[in-house]
Every structure is written in C-alpha cells, then in structure tokens.
Design a binder for this molecule. Sequence first.
Ligand code: SAH
Length: 295
Amino acid sequence: MIHTAVLKKEVLEYLDPKQNESFVDCTVGEGGHAEEILAKNGPEGKVLGIDLDPHQISASQWLHVQFKDRIVLVNDSYTNLSEILERKEFKPVNGVLLDLGMSSAQLEGTQKGFSFKIDQGLDMRYNDEMNYLTAEKIVNDWPEEEIERVIREYGEEKFSKKIAANIVEKRKQGRIKTTFQLIEIIKEATPGAYHRGKIHYATRTFQALRIAVNDELENIKRVLPQAVSALAPEGRLVVISFHSLEDRIVKNFLAEESKKKSLKILTKKPIAASREEVAKNLRARSAKLRAAIKI
Ligand code: SAH
C-alpha cells in the first residue's frame, strides 16, 4: 500500500513555510510532508528529514531527485534531535513537524509483524540496530502483570487481564513466535461479540506492543522540549498524533509551554481530517493535529 501523508493542507497552513526558510521533519517516512514543504520553501530553503527506520529513509531518497541538496536525510531517532541539528549544523529552524506512529507501508510492507493481517515473526521494531526489545520478548519473557499493564495502558484494551493471562498460559507450551499465534491467543481470551466489532479484536493489543517495543510515548516526551529549544523565534511546531495517549502528552506539553510563555498555541482544539480525507485514507481517521508558535 502506498502511504499518503495525512492532513497535508493543514500541515502547510500551520507550518506556513516561506521562501528560504528551513524545516525539520522528524518523521520523514516516505517524504509526503517533506515534499509539500520543499515545494514552498525554495529556492534555497531546506528540509532535514529524520526517520528511525532505515527502510523509510530509503523510501524518501526520491526527494533528492527533485530537490537535490535542499533535502537532508538522517537515519536516527528524533529523540536525538538536538545532537542531530548540531552535527548537521542545521540552523535556523523555522518549523518542526512530527507525524507520529507508523506508516501504511510499514504496516503491510515490512517483515516486522506490525500487521495482524499477515503471518510474520513478532518483532515490531522500527530499527533493529538501535533497539533490542521485540514484541516476542515481551510476550514470552515479561511477567504477566507487566504484559497486562502494557495492553491496558498502551492499548486501552478492556480485556487486558484475560489476554495477558492467556498469553502466559499458552507460552508454557512453547514460545509464541508469530502474529497469527498471538491473534489466536487474543481471540480465545475475548468474547465472540468482540470479534465482530468495528475494529479488529487484535488492534489494541498490537498497538500496545508496538508502543512498548519502540518506547513511543517516552520518545514523544523526549523530543518535544528539544523541538521547542531548536525553534527560531516565530518558528512553528506541528504535531500529528494518532491515539489519545499521544495526544494527551502533546496537549499537556503545549499547555505548560504556553504557561511559561515559550509557545503560543495556535490550535485551541485539535484539528481532525475532513470527511473526504478519511474516506480516502484510513490512517487519517484518528489523526489529530496540534500546532504552536515559538515566542
Ligand atoms: N510524514 C510521513 C509519514 C510518517 S509515518 C510521510 O509523509 O510519508 C511515521 C514515521 O515515523 C515512520 O516512518 C516511522 O519509522 C517514524 N518513526 C517512529 N518513531 C521514530 C523515532 N523515534 N524517530 C524517528 N522516526 C520515527
């Protein structure tokens, strides 16, 4: 599946790229948003694109063809933002974009076990070299209480207790290695009505494991202050989140910075995708955009 960048129009509206300004796209992915920015900040403006997943950095190389050295790509975690900016001598920063979570290409096009539609090993890492924890390790080696907590907190899954208990029961018979094995375990632990629900019954558990494997919520907490300190005066911060846990972190952070008078919030309420966009792109369904400007 080809990835379609979400809220493109809204991202441009809030980042407001002007001639020769410079931007950091912390989650460059396949370059959808970066392309939009580069189309606006010519002839000299740059975009520094970061992505933790080396395959995503490969997937954004095409930007060089069109924009030459106006695009700088870095395979690293956005949690190292300050250091990356220093290393690349990337200054000033007129805007920072974070499009959190994962892309549709990662969901279905990789061998990482992100999708419950494909039978693969339970990995879920965005980057094998920078991360030793896998979903397989969590389900097979962690204590039941910890697994339950992950599924409840990061998945907001109401059957977390039953699912965790069944994981621990089933792993006694041998390691749980694949997505389809895990789905079967989740199915057994949940009632029939849940299997006919609007979202697939494994969605929440899979989301929870992915967040835990990649430490996604902590990462957001780590990058936001670095983004603010990197911004030039009047620079803009735009964050797109995909579930309530992420959005809460962003919302609270912006509120605190606004109290400290380091940021002015531009979105009183989070911006959601239009009905037309949601109809075309499923990932837009839960997207929420918040933006602020550096004072
Ligand atoms: N805006 C992009 C899509 C981004 S999808 C586009 O238009 O194509 C989210 C991306 O964030 C994924 O590519 C994922 O690999 C990346 N990502 C997740 N955690 C990250 C981290 N800690 N540091 C950098 N990139 C990360």
